[in-house]
Ligand binder design. Structure first.
Ligand SMILES: C[S@@+](CC[C@H](N)C(=O)[O-])C[C@H]1O[C@@H](n2cnc3c(N)ncnc32)[C@H](O)[C@@H]1O
Length: 208
């Protein structure tokens, strides 16, 4: 077990919301929801001690960018240490809600994927709605917002997204819902049927 994780949980149980990091099986399952065959812009909300971040960094290609938003100072410092030699990774010690500002600061227009491990269910409704709107706006068309949560209550609030698919994943303590919300490309009138299940053909862009 990660000592740092448990220590930070004892200090801020509601913010950290779990006594252990995600399992290896969950990390792999989540990573498989992303297509790493080309450079990607990925934001992660609440990386904690970095289990998902390390796997994403391991899989993503050289011109990719990974922005990590972590509220907890000790975790943020530890992430900075872990990724000190990796220019693709940017650690932001701050709220996930600062995503639009940070994208602008890094000259990035949109994200291909946004991954979240923050405890959405304890956020006040206004904060939850505002963060969902920012998340939707920050995604490229075709991009995905991926969450892993103990409850699937966010689904009823994330109405901005055109497509959502959930699975209940048992190989984690506690078991988690993994949900992929997709920002769909506009439909060309009656030409197209429902979205294909795993169409991850996304394209984020960097400002000139
Ligand atoms: C359940 S832990 C998940 C940690 C890690 N992603 C994992 O899977 O093991 C939630 C993390 O989200 C962070 N967090 C909570 N609210 C946040 C927010 N609004 N913005 C950024 N990070 C936040 C907490 O500090 C904590 O590190």
């Amino acid at each position: 077990m990660s000592t740092l994780f448990f220590k930070q949980f004892l200090k801020r149980p509601f913010q950290i919301a779990s006594i252990v990091p995600s399992s290896k099986a969950l990390v792999e399952r989540v990573a498989r929801k992303m297509d790493f065959s080309q450079p990607r812009v990925i934001a992660e909300y609440g990386p904690g001690e970095g289990v998902h971040s390390r796997e994403i960094a391991r899989r993503m290609c050289p011109d990719s960018n990974l922005l990590l938003f972590e509220l907890d100072r000790a975790f943020a410092r530890d992430l900075e240490r872990q990724f000190a030699g990796d220019r693709r990774v940017h650690v932001i010690h701050g709220d996930a809600a600062s995503l639009p500002h940070e994208l602008k600061r890094h000259g990035i227009d949109s994200c291909d994927y946004i991954l979240s491990g923050i405890p959405f269910s304890i956020l006040k409704i206004e904060k939850k709605r505002a963060l969902l709107q920012k998340t939707y706006d920050a995604l490229a068309t075709g991009g995905s917002f991926i969450i892993y949560q103990v409850t699937n209550e966010l689904k009823q609030h994330a109405t901005h997204f055109e497509h959502a698919e959930s699975e209940y994943f048992l190989q984690n303590i506690p078991p988690m819902f993994i949900t992929v919300f997709q920002k769909a490309p506009p439909l060309d009138h009656h030409e197209r049927g429902p979205l294909p299940e795993a169409d991850f053909s996304v394209g984020a862009h960097r400002s000139a």
